[in-house]
Design a protein around this ligand. Structure first.
Ligand SMILES: NC(=O)C1=CN([C@@H]2O[C@H](COP(=O)(O)OP(=O)(O)OC[C@H]3O[C@@H](n4cnc5c(N)ncnc54)[C@H](OP(=O)(O)O)[C@@H]3O)[C@@H](O)[C@H]2O)C=CC1
Ligand SMILES: O=C(O)C1=N[C@H](C(=O)O)C[C@H](O)C1
Length: 268
């Protein structure tokens, strides 16, 4: 499968190039960066520490998309929406790891998914997607008397909050309780907040240092607490998940899929 990596010089872009290079059945067909990037023209493999791959970083998406089978995209919301339109026109698989979308971005991605395979997840690791299934089960089993709080910590350069993973875990908890996350979520607390709202799903965000990604879902009952955690130690877990998703999506029918589809984690 011929794959393009967007945001090739980014933290994830470099990991994705290495993941494509190490995966049988995948081949690097292009590496994209924004116009003006200091990395344009460089060999993508050398940029990523994978050795020369004979693919130069470019800002010209059109010819790449026309000749590829899939696009791995961990960039930024506006860039992802523009790439979704191109991927849909070319009917190639678009794997989206980007987070921090507003509802208008999601609507544009859903429109693109009517024409091509889109696989989007706030976290492409096996561990977090298994954790989401466990959170859904715990929220359902423990019921509304147990308060749910989601704590996440990431490196100092992360620009969006709560993380895509925290929102994914919040969604799993809401599904377990059969409530709407949008109606129950409390994303910020400050000042005289009053007591905790009944049924709330709370989020807390920490930023600092080089933390790849830590998430804990706390279910707090009267006199006891259950904590379900995941700690990412290496960005390759996300990159390998993204390549796996692209291979899974190749020649599948158009639609908006998630990692639970790729990993077969849908349970009752
Ligand atoms: N779903 C998952 O499993 C994971 C998701 N992520 C998400 O992936 C995204 C990227 O993370 P990370 O690699 O750490 O971030 P980086 O900032 O290191 O990389 C982002 C890359 O995208 C490029 N980019 C940004 N905006 C544009 C644009 N408008 N047009 C073209 N290129 C653009 C950046 O270029 P420039 O530097 O020039 O701005 C950069 O090369 C984030 O949303 C993050 O939350 C991260 C890890 C795992
Ligand atoms: O920006 C990051 O680094 C990460 N972003 C994703 C998120 O928002 O959850 C996934 C991972 O935790 C790393």
């Amino acid at each position: 499968m011929r794959l393009i990596v967007a945001g090739a010089s980014g933290r994830m872009g470099r990991a994705l190039i290495r993941a494509v290079a190490e995966t049988e059945g995948a081949e690097l067909a292009g590496a994209l960066e924004r116009p003006g990037s200091e990395h344009l023209g460089r060999d993508a493999g050398e940029l990523a520490g994978a050795g020369p791959l004979g693919v130069a970083v470019t800002d010209d998406a059109l010819p790449l998309v026309a000749a590829a089978d899939g696009l791995l995209d961990f960039t930024a919301p506006d860039a992802t929406v523009a790439l979704a339109e191109l991927a849909a026109q070319a009917r190639i698989v678009h794997v989206i790891g980007t987070t921090g979308f507003a509802s208008a971005h999601v609507a544009a991605i859903e429109a693109a998914a009517r024409h091509a395979v889109v696989i989007r997840s706030g976290n492409m690791s096996l561990g977090v997607n298994l954790l989401a299934a466990l959170v859904r089960q715990a929220a359902k089993a423990l019921g509304p008397d147990w308060d749910i709080e989601i704590l996440e910590m990431h490196h100092r350069a992360k620009v969006d909050a709560p993380s895509g993973t925290a929102l994914l875990l919040g969604q799993a908890a809401a599904e377990g309780r059969d409530v709407s996350l949008a109606e129950q979520s409390v994303r910020v607390r400050d000042g005289h907040t009053g007591p905790r709202a009944e049924g709330a799903i709370g989020f807390a965000t920490l930023r600092g240092g080089s933390v790849v990604g830590d998430h804990t879902v706390i279910l707090a009952g009267a006199g006891e607490r259950v904590e379900l955690s995941h700690r990412a130690e290496d960005r390759m877990i996300f990159a390998r998940g993204a390549v796996k998703a692209a291979l899974w999506g190749f020649r599948r029918k158009p639609g908006h899929y998630g990692m639970a589809d790729v990993l077969g984690l849908h349970e009752g």
